[in-house]
Design a protein around this ligand. Structure first.
Ligand code: PMV
Length: 318
């Protein structure tokens, strides 16, 4: 029997990170240049329930029983089994590979959950709906990120640009004109849970100040929705830079990200900001396609650990 496989893209948040935790709208887009792949192979010669998990990049080669109950892989597998009402799993080997950098704001955790739930439910002959896949990935995120908004699991499940407000139905965004993003990794690993907790502390100490930052960011996301779906996409640039200034005031940028933003703007980017939880991870810059090479070189020289260039465009639902 051939292996069953499923893949998920990475993602970047274009507008609205952090504010989205507090019910303001945000926009995220898939990044297809990086992906997580999960393959599942039946092991009929092994006894029922034997689930071997292999993730060579992190040196993981073990039986599922050896992982802690709150491990994200265990949570995703058990939730899928629960959703399908299956008392036992057949013997299998699950192999996970990923080119999405970890703790860099590109959605590596949600991508593993989404691909794993999809591959496992297909392997068990009951492919789950996108809504169910996203819900399970969200449950896993909740255990590991404290208070996730749900934007990561949503954009990665649907692999299309999304306009997302916590607690409300999300919108899949049409893209009027394709646009190019340069994504530069600061090289600093930044756990989401820490910056989300710091913003919460700040908000609790000074709610009026933080709420006004969140409101202004939410307004930027609303304006950006119009430019993405109707054009012109070049108008997204100044909105990105304005969003970055508000994130700086929120205390989630850092000198390395500020340098990457300034470098991208100096090299001709139309706008630039951090993406994700901040304090490290990635910076994104909107560029005219012909300037992608120049902006990328400038960012490399400024110390970016890795550069990706992605085209955001209209994708047809599968
Ligand atoms: O760093 P990431 O890609 O996990 O993004 C976190 C985005 C936040 O808005 C800071 C948190 C959230 O759950 O939306």
């Amino acid at each position: 029997m051939p292996a069953i496989t499923a893949s998920s893209p990475g993602k970047v948040i274009l507008f609205g990170e952090h504010a989205v935790v507090y019910q303001r709208p945000a926009i995220a887009v898939p990044v297809t240049q990086v992906k997580t792949k999960v393959s599942i192979l039946a092991e009929p010669q092994k006894s029922s329930g034997s689930v071997q998990v292999e993730a060579p990049a992190i040196g993981l080669h073990t039986n599922l029983d050896n992982l802690p109950a709150d491990d994200p892989l265990v949570l995703a597998i058990c939730s899928t089994q629960g959703a399908l009402n299956l008392p036992h799993l057949p013997a299998m080997t699950i192999r996970i590979t990923s080119t999405i950098p970890v703790a860099a704001g590109l959605g590596s955790g949600a991508a593993v959950s989404v691909a794993l739930v999809r591959a496992l439910s297909a392997f068990l002959d009951h492919p789950l709906s996108d809504a169910k896949v996203s819900t399970i990935a969200y449950q896993v995120e909740k255990k590991h990120h404290g208070n996730p908004s749900g934007i990561d699991n949503t954009v990665i499940t649907y692999a299309q640009p999304v306009f997302f407000t916590r607690g409300q139905p999300f919108e899949l965004l049409p893209v009027a004109e394709p646009f190019t993003l340069v994504i530069a990794d600061s090289g600093i690993k930044s756990p989401t849970i820490l910056s989300v907790a710091d913003v919460k502390n700040g908000w609790q100490e000074n709610p009026a100040y933080y709420d006004s930052l969140f409101d202004r960011i939410g307004e930027i996301s609303r304006q950006a929705r119009g430019f993405i779906s109707k054009g012109p996409c070049s108008s997204l640039g100044p909105l990105m830079t304005a969003n970055q200034n508000l994130l700086k005031q929120m205390g989630v940028s850092c000198p390395e990200l500020d340098l990457l933003v300034a470098t991208a703007l100096d090299a001709g980017a139309l706008g630039a900001k951090l993406s994700g939880s901040g304090r490290g991870g990635n910076m994104i810059a909107l560029v005219a396609p012909e300037l992608a090479g120049k902006v990328s070189s400038a960012l490399s020289q400024a110390g970016a650990a890795r550069i990706l260039v992605t085209l955001v465009h209209q994708t047809q639902p599968a």
